[in-house]
Design a protein around this ligand. Structure first.
Ligand SMILES: NC(=O)c1ccc[n+]([C@@H]2O[C@H](COP(=O)([O-])OP(=O)(O)OC[C@H]3O[C@@H](n4cnc5c(N)ncnc54)[C@H](OP(=O)(O)O)[C@@H]3O)[C@@H](O)[C@H]2O)c1
Length: 294
């Protein structure tokens, strides 16, 4: 069996990866609740602990699901963000190189400025505007610099087990007849399970490099909210508002990208893996989570 170290095992993607790979007899997950090991949530900022775990496990792969993901709070925590989103992946890359492991690292649409007018490929220039985006891009660069065999996958609008937009909308529906949701920010809602499926696809291959990985199709937040309520059988009304109007109601600290649609170009060019359409992935997630009216 091949050992795999999963970091950030309590996060949305960490849980999805544990569920998917934990059931695969080819792999033994280290740092996993699912297979009975203690998930110690290995602190990826501690290079000594990272190296010690890797030397002991001699992993086939390290899957980095850990990150600082609170985009607004990040604006006032620059050092901590660099530690978790840049130094952390650097440490994992150093450990991967030393032990001959493959490294899977997850990045974000926030590495782009957010002002594009067409879906963004892996070949488009980056230009992050937020602390979160700046530090995640630094993490990508460290992985490229220190790891020999890596997959960097940029994803967006992720939801799974954890804090996310779907759960926020369902919670608001309990107490509100109507909600105001932004309608001028575009992206592709992506289920953690779909991203985990793509990681499982790439993992055994030697098809290394940078990938965009989101569900197919795109939308804006207010239409996403409407679809959540439709599947949940809620009558909550969605009032679409502009980002400008919304930030008057709820001030945001970090700038939000207006256009975050990622084109899974490298997946299309180099693999036969197809991501599910976001509607289908959302239906599956809501049904499996018990949120669906059906
Ligand atoms: N969520 C999104 O919409 C989104 C969009 C684009 C890209 N991404 C990327 O996708 C990946 C997975 O995101 P997610 O939504 O699954 O994140 P998440 O639910 O916030 O989980 C991140 C996990 O990382 C852990 N963590 C934080 N600092 C750590 C450290 N120093 N060492 C080890 N673990 C640490 C957190 O633990 P604690 O909770 O204990 O701090 C948490 O369990 C991340 O790389 C993220 O940047 C996410």
């Amino acid at each position: 069996m091949k050992n795999i170290i999963v970091t950030g095992c309590h996060g949305q993607l960490g849980i999805a990866i544990n569920r998917l790979l934990g059931g695969d007899p080819a792999y033994h997950l280290i740092n996993s609740d699912v297979v009975g090991d203690d998930c110690t949530n290995l602190d990826i900022t501690d290079v000594d602990r990272v190296l010690a775990m890797a030397r002991e496990a001699k992993p086939y792969a390290i899957v980095n699901c850990a990150a600082y993901t609170a985009v607004d709070a990040a604006e006032s925590h620059l050092d901590l963000n660099y530690k978790i989103n840049a130094i952390g992946p650097r440490n994992l890359a150093i450990a991967a190189r030393e032990t001959g492991a493959k490294l899977v690292h997850i990045s974000t649409d926030y590495v782009f400025p957010g002002d594009s007018e067409k879906p963004l490929t892996e070949f488009d220039p980056t230009g992050p505007k937020s602390v979160y985006g700046i530090t995640k891009l630094a993490g990508e660069h460290f992985v490229e610099e220190f790891a020999d065999r890596y997959f960097i996958i940029r994803t967006a609008w992720l939801y799974g087990d954890g804090k996310n937009f779907v759960k926020t909308m369902l919670r608001l529906a309990e107490t509100h007849d109507a909600v105001s949701v932004v309608n001028d920010q575009f992206g592709s809602p992506t289920s953690a399970a779909e991203l985990a499926r793509a990681i499982a696809y790439l993992l055994p291959s030697d098809n290394y490099g940078l990938f965009h990985g989101t569900c197919e199709g795109s939308t804006e937040w207010s239409s996403f909210a409407k679809e959540i309520f439709r599947i949940a059988g809620k009558t909550t009304v969605v009032n679409p508002v502009s980002t400008e109007e919304y930030t008057k109601l709820v001030p945001a600290q970090a700038p939000r990208p207006h256009y975050s649609i990622l084109d899974n170009y490298m997946f299309r060019l180099t693999t036969d893996h197809v991501y599910r359409d976001w509607h289908e992935a959302l239906e599956i997630y809501m049904k499996e989570s018990g949120y669906s009216a059906d």
